[in-house]
Each structure stands twice: as C-alpha cells, then as structure tokens.
Design a protein around this ligand. Structure first.
Ligand code: GDP
Ligand code: MG
Length: 312
C-alpha cells in the first residue's frame, strides 16, 4: 500500500483510540446546596469559594479539568434568587439564565432528601432549555437512612432528568461515577484550553475570592453578603508575591466589625487568606488589607459595572 494515501488525521483514528470530547457544564441550584464544593472537587483544586453562608458566589467562574481524552469546562453560577428588588439579585439571575443557555449539559444540584419551592423554581428556569439536565443529589452523607434515597429518586424521576446521581461533594463520594457519566454528554471535539490550565479567571480574581471567603467564614451572619474585594496590587518581587486587597463595605458599622478590636479580626482574615494564597500561587505571599465604606453600592448598577460585575 502506498504510504501517501494515509493522512495524519486518519492515523489518529486507530481502533481503540477514542475521539476527544470537550464541552461546557453549568452547575446550578439554590444557594447552599454545595455547588462550589462540588466544583472544587471536580477541579481537584480550590477555586470557587465555599461557605456556610448562602450567596457567596457572585461571579461566574469557569474552571477546566482535563483528562487524557476529555476536557470538562465548568461554569459555576450564583443561586437563583426569588427577591428581584435589588439590582445585585437581578444581575445574578440574568447571569444564570445566560449561562445555562450556553452550555452542553447542566448539573442541577439539590441536597439530601429535600425538594423545596426554591428547587422547584430552579427546575422551572431550566424547563424550556434544550440542554440535558443531570440531577445531582448532594450531601447524601447526611442522609442517615439510605433506604429513603431510592423512593426519593423515584419521585424525582417524573421530572425527566437525563440522569439522577447521588453524591457527597464534601466527601468526594461517587464523583468519579458522576464524571464518567458526564463525559458522555460532552460533544466530540478538540480541547479549547491548554491541558495544564485550571481556570480562565485571573490570579487577581482568585486572590479576591479567597479574601471574600475568609470574611464570610469568620464573620458569618454578622455581615450581609454585599461585600466586595478589589485587588489593587499584585506583583511578584523576588520570592514574594505582594498583594494589596481593598475590602468595600456598605456601612461604617460593617467596617468596624471587619476590622475588629485593635484590628484583630482583619489580621485573622488576612492571615487565613494568605495561607490559602501561598498554596494556590505556590509562592510566599505578603498580604495587606484595607477596608473602605462604599455606601449603597449593592443598589447602584453603575458601581457594579465599574467593579466588573456587569460586562459593559
Ligand atoms: P453553594 O452555595 O451551593 O455554592 O454551596 P457551598 O459549596 O458553598 O456549600 C454550602 C455548605 O454545604 C458548606 O458548608 C459546605 O461545606 C457544605 N457541603 C457541601 N457539600 C456537602 C456534602 O456533600 N456533605 C456535607 N455534609 N456538606 C456539604
Ligand atoms: Mg457557591
């Protein structure tokens, strides 16, 4: 046989050599069901922020996980909110809708044996969208009587989900099976990102998210979620990465809470964030934090725009 009849492309399609798959996956669900936790585990790295307080993810976060033959491109979305009165919530909802219209498959996360009105709302939001929806029942580690899972799954099956998969995002339970199933829903095609890339978000963004996570973790219900962090400096100087973070709050009282007695609270937030940053950026980090009052920003669409929450 003449060698020239075989093109390089044909040579790749040898038996047993599966074509590559690559596609976009949206993770949706009401606040606090474990979307960020799930994403972090699927990416095998801490990227999206998690917290016991709902609504800590305001940004759309894209993370990429690449195996030998599949590239999973994850999109984390904020929870769907029923309160439309504030512009921040409205923008979150618009983000969710625009995100789920633009993916190959949707992971709809719920928790334990619950099916709440808020879950029903999320279901309504995806109902008209021609994208397969995989229902992920998270936190099964908290279901004491596992025999109750099967009838619960049976009840949910009437909603015509493409798959129903129970997992524990925190414990990593059944996530490999989830990924295995998920990959069949991604289209065949070349990888869109370099194989070593984990996120297309900038390091600055990740630094801001880590600071915001520590604030939410340490202050819990003392502060509303209307807090934002701007990274004003991000420069590597020899072995040390210098990061300056500006924390913007709504009210003067919030500023005092954040700083704490003799600055102790802010110091503790900063050192916890620095520990995580050193792990994520693989370098020594010098972190400086400031707090500034920016009155009423959550209601001010122009301010949101300037902070990058709305694309121009
Ligand atoms: P999100 O608002 O949907 O992004 O939820 P998060 O990922 O921030 O998680 C909310 C809370 O649920 C956090 O305290 C997580 O540690 C917890 N959580 C997430 N997944 C699990 C799980 O599988 N089991 C248990 N027990 N807790 C979980
Ligand atoms: Mg989240």
């Amino acid at each position: 046989m003449n060698d020239k009849t075989q093109s390089p492309d044909q040579a790749v399609e040898t038996p047993g050599n599966e074509p590559r798959r690559c596609g976009f996956i949206a993770i949706i669900g009401r606040p606090n069901v474990g979307k960020s936790t799930l994403l972090n585990h699927l990416l095998r790295q801490k990227i999206s922020i998690t917290s016991r307080k709902p609504q800590t993810t305001r940004h759309r976060i894209t993370g990429v996980h690449t195996t030998s033959d599949t590239q999973f491109i994850y999109v984390d979305t904020p929870g769907l909110h029923s309160n439309h009165s504030r512009s921040l919530n409205r923008i979150m909802n618009e983000t969710v809708v625009s995100v789920i219209n633009d993916v190959d498959v949707i992971l709809f996360v719920v928790e334990r044996l619950q099916w709440s009105p808020a879950d029903e709302q999320v279901l309504k939001a995806v109902a008209g969208i021609p994208v397969p929806v995989l229902l992920i029942i998270n936190k099964v580690d908290q279901v004491a009587d596992k025999t109750r899972l099967l009838p619960h799954i049976g009840k949910l099956a009437r909603h015509n989900f493409a798959e129903i998969i129970p997992v524990s995002a925190l414990g990593g339970h059944n996530l490999e099976a989830l990924e295995e199933t998920l990959q069949h829903y991604l289209p065949e095609g070349p990888f869109l990102f370099p194989e070593e890339q984990v996120t297309d978000r900038s390091s600055r963004f990740m630094a801001a998210e880590l600071i915001r996570e520590k604030i939410t973790r340490q202050l819990g219900d003392e502060l509303p979620y209307e807090i934002t962090v701007e990274i004003e400096k991000f420069t590597q100087d020899g072995p040390v990465l210098h990061i300056h973070g500006l924390i913007l709050v709504d009210k003067k009282g919030q500023k005092q809470i954040l700083i704490g007695k003799d600055g102790e609270r802010l110091k503790s937030i900063g050192s916890a964030a620095r520990v995580d940053m050193e792990e994520v950026f693989q370098t020594r980090v010098m972190l400086n934090l400031w707090v500034k009052v920016k009155s009423g920003w959550a209601d001010d669409e122009r301010a949101l725009r300037s902070l990058g929450y709305i694309a121009d």
